[in-house]
Design a protein around this ligand. Structure first.
Ligand code: Z16
Length: 839
């Protein structure tokens, strides 16, 4: 289905007519919306004027899509996620609408630069990393595949912090993304819902003599939805991102004011609004903060009440709710939805336990995103009971019934009961949210083949044995609209000129590029694209003081959250080793390299912050050393986010995916790099395994232990010191750091990191070191043969079909949600010429 309105029409007269209209639109918005004359307008005014003009072009599709949901008997996906890392909207909307060229011309003819306008947008960074960005890619694919969907989440006033580097250290600054004004959201004050917390439960008999339970919360807040339209690529379907913001139920009010407790009233308002104030910036580390649990409950309760209301708008009761909604739990962050929906069904809508449980378990499905034990959510029973007393009762009842089943299934096995219980009773008592999510869902999935296998064999082995059909794999994917068309226009143009533009919505079509590896003209153009992308970034970072980056160098990039399991320090040890070798032997035959790092550390994660400091310290020394000038350069790009990703994935030659095998659930940056023609140096971890399978082993730089080797080594007893003592190169690199070569002689600064490597090395950096260095040597050799490198790069991109989020979403639709596309037609509804009358 393609859209048939005027924006798709390419005739010249229509084009210039549209451009005229767009220009008029800008001027109109500037005057009436922003209230300024063009000569007084700020860049922000222009950005908003352009965005509002573009937004107007989406409204007809938006309203038609919403009506389609209400009219037809269509199943809707409710994607519950505490994070949506959307990235800038304007550019993406222009591309998906097919309006980029026209708007760009109109902006230009207005005397402005579209790039400047686009770059002005403060991106909504409402996520930590992979998980939040995955949710955003999935919304793009859902809309493009014409699947009705609502993304439900939290409208954090402050998203992911802005990172600055000060004296080599990470500094966090509050992200004020809403400050300049957000033109993409619609506040829906009339659709507010009420959310309770605290208090107690009581039993009572209703008018018909039924025994019921009532939760009497101590506090109430209001949840206000803000809707952002999510448009598909060249289709009429527009989906919804509905983010909830917390407000006090009544503004600090007259009652309190009259009795004089003005402070108290204001305090209550502030407490209410605190709930959606800020995103917790921890990616793979669970911290049992009460406010975080409240955030989770808040957005989940808002969302479930919203879906119930939508359902009851069409149907007399909730019996068929699972036919109308498929609700996905993006990790356990929204898992409190299970007892919340039970509460709504039983306490509010008066279903029996059995009926309610049937509805609940046919509604939910759960995606697991990690195997790291420290990342698994477990809330203290005390805290949960204080905040959500009714939910704790329901969790106990779910657990008691579940454990009865287990006892029947495995008579006499007390250990299995202990292991599978929702309540961890090994010390202080905790609610294991992953168990709650598994028990309350009809489907569970991992995010890459290897990850799912490990879930089946280890983390969720008991559940897999109990329900062998429940656990499935859905390998992650990323949207080629944002991660190729938007961010790498040069490559997109080259590919489309060679094979047409069908690949944009069917990424398997990239296969057609393969025969072109034997076309020297095409290969040359491919190299030229990469070179120009590299020149762009060199231009950005050249200044009279700092290093000027050499675009002929091998661009070796590792961008992702800073975490020990991702092993940025393994990368660093190789760099220090290379530096050392170059110093000792200026004739060393290696290509010039530019190492690029980017990523944020959780503010409380000391070791990750020390790794950032070390990267910057090594960079300082290496970049100012004339002995390695133009041969070795290191750049830490501050504040890695979606916007910076747009620049970095397209210019990379080499993608670093070097986590310890078994630790990275999937990874998604690995896919973005490959699509843009970078080669991967990587371990057999997460989706790397499948990437290597697709591109063929000879087009992938593999190193390191696989999961079995890791397990064997751990069992045999791992001693990093032996490796240190036996490997001269490694010893030299570690000693340089330890002796203070990168810290002005300070031998204490990096000691925690060095000690951790030498005495614990939990992620086996030293064990994989030699294999990594040798593999890097091979990378350098291949890079010195540009013809060979280019063929490998083209083959990588050509075989990325599997890693489109369109494929992932198609898998979810078929295996988990059982939903079908609902193409939206534009029933042209004209605005009344002579105004309107209220009915
Ligand atoms: C996150 O981004 C991920 C896992 C997790 O438990 C929490 C957060 Cl915030 C990541 C995984 O680390 C990554 O491997 C995976 O690709 C991504 O989630 C999406 O599935």
């Amino acid at each position: 289905m393609t859209r048939t309105n005027t924006t798709d029409c390419n005739s010249h007269t229509n084009d210039s007519n549209n451009i005229k209209k767009l220009k008029r639109g800008f001027a109109y918005k500037l005057f009436y919306q922003q209230g300024v004359w063009p000569q007084n307008a700020s860049l922000n005014d222009y950005y908003l004027a352009v965005s509002y003009t573009v937004r107007d072009r989406m409204q007809k599709m938006f309203l038609n899509s919403i009506r389609a949901l209400q009219e037809k008997d269509s199943k809707i996906v409710g994607y519950l996620s505490a994070e949506f890392l959307m990235g800038p909207h304007l550019h993406n909307n222009l591309i998906n609408l097919g309006l980029y060229d026209q708007v760009s011309r109109a902006v230009e003819e207005s005397g402005l630069d579209i790039k400047q306008i686009i770059d002005h947008e403060e991106e909504p960074g409402l996520g930590n990393g992979g998980l939040g960005r995955l949710a955003a890619c999935y919304l793009d694919s859902l809309a493009t595949l014409q699947i009705p969907a609502i993304g439900y989440g939290i409208r954090y006033e402050f998203g992911m912090f802005d990172q600055e580097i000060e004296n080599g250290w990470q500094k966090e600054l509050g992200d004020r993304w809403l400050h300049p004004g957000n033109p993409w959201e619609f506040k829906k004050a009339h659709m507010a819902v009420e959310i309770g917390s605290g208090g107690y439960t009581e039993r009572y008999t209703d008018d018909h003599g039924n025994l019921r339970v009532r939760w009497v919360p101590a506090r109430m807040v209001k949840g206000i939805p803000y809707d952002t339209p999510v448009i598909g690529y060249r289709v009429n379907n527009v989906n919804l991102l509905r983010l909830w913001s917390a407000e006090a139920p009544k503004s600090f009010d007259f009652d309190d004011f009259n009795v004089g407790d003005y402070q108290g009233a204001v305090h209550e308002k502030i407490m209410a609004e605190t709930i959606t104030k800020v995103l917790y910036p921890n990616d793979e580390q669970f911290r049992g903060k009460e406010l975080r649990l409240l955030q989770q409950y808040f957005f989940v309760s808002c969302s479930m009440q919203d879906m119930v209301r939508i359902h009851l708008f069409q149907f007399p009761n909730l019996d068929n709710f699972p036919d109308k909604f498929a609700v996905q739990l993006n990790d356990t962050h929204p898992a409190i939805a299970v007892p919340e929906f039970m509460r709504l069904l039983i306490d509010v809508h008066h279903y029996s336990w059995e009926q309610a449980w049937d509805i609940v378990t046919h509604t939910f499905a759960y995606t697991n995103h990690t195997l790291l034990p420290e990342a698994l959510e477990k809330w203290s029973v005390d805290m949960l009971g204080r905040l959500l007393p009714r939910h704790l009762e329901i969790i106990y009842e779910i657990n008691s019934r579940f454990l009865d089943l287990i006892r029947i299934k495995y008579p006499g096995d007390v250990d299995v009961v202990r292991r599978m219980s929702i309540i961890d009773e090994s010390g202080e008592r905790y609610v294991r949210m992953a168990h709650l999510a598994c028990i309350g869902s009809h489907a569970i999935n991992g995010v890459a083949e290897l990850h799912t296998r490990l879930l089946k064999n280890h983390t969720l082995a008991d559940f897999h044995r109990l329900w062998p059909d429940k656990l499935t794999n859905v390998t992650n994917g990323v949207t080629p609209r944002r991660w190729m068309v938007l961010s790498n226009p040069r490559l997109a143009r080259l590919i489309s000129s060679a094979i047409g533009d069908g690949w944009i919505t069917d990424l398997y079509k990239l296969r057609k590029l393969e025969p072109l590896v034997d076309d020297p003209a095409f290969c040359e153009k491919w190299q030229q694209v990469k070179f120009e992308n590299k020149q762009d970034i060199c231009a950005m970072f050249s200044c009279d003081c700092g290093p000027v980056f050499n675009p002929y160098a091998l661009f070796d990039v590792q961008v992702k959250r800073i975490h020990e399991y991702k092993r940025q320090h393994l990368n660093l040890l190789h760099i220090v080793n290379l530096y050392h070798r170059l110093k000792n032997n200026p004739d060393l035959d290696v290509p010039p390299r530019t190492f690029i790092f980017g990523g944020k550390a959780a503010p409380g994660y000391t070791m990750a912050k020390l790794i950032i400091k070390l990267i910057n310290s090594v960079a300082d020394v290496v970049n100012s050393d004339p002995d390695v000038k133009n041969r070795l350069q290191i750049l830490f790009i501050p504040n890695f986010n979606v916007q910076i990703g747009h620049m970095l994935y397209p210019m990379a030659d080499l993608s670093e995916q070097i986590s310890l095998a078994g630790k990275e659930a999937s990874g998604t940056g690995n896919m973005k790099f490959s699509m843009n023609g970078a080669l991967t140096i990587g371990t057999l971890d997460g989706a790397n395994v499948e990437i290597r399978e697709e591109v063929a082993p000879e087009n992938f730089f593999l190193f390191g232990m696989d999961v079995n080797a890791v397990e064997d080594l751990r069992r045999a007893g791992y001693n990093p010191q032996t490796i240190y003592n036996q490997n001269e190169g490694l010893k030299a690199a570690i000693n340089l750091i330890a002796m203070g070569h990168f810290s002005h002689g300070d031998q204490e600064l990096f000691r925690p990191l060095i000690d951790s490597l030498l005495y614990h090395d939990p992620y086996m950096v030293l064990a994989d070191y030699q294999s990594y260095v040798e593999c890097q040597q091979k990378v350098g050799e291949v890079f010195q043969d540009p013809g060979r490198w280019t063929k490998m790069a083209i083959r990588n991109a050509a075989r990325m079909g599997k890693f489109s989020s369109d494929r992932s979403i198609a898998d979810y639709c078929r295996k988990v949600w059982k939903v079908k596309p609902l193409p939206v037609e534009l029933k042209l509804q004209r605005l009344p010429e002579n105004g309107f009358k209220f009915p």
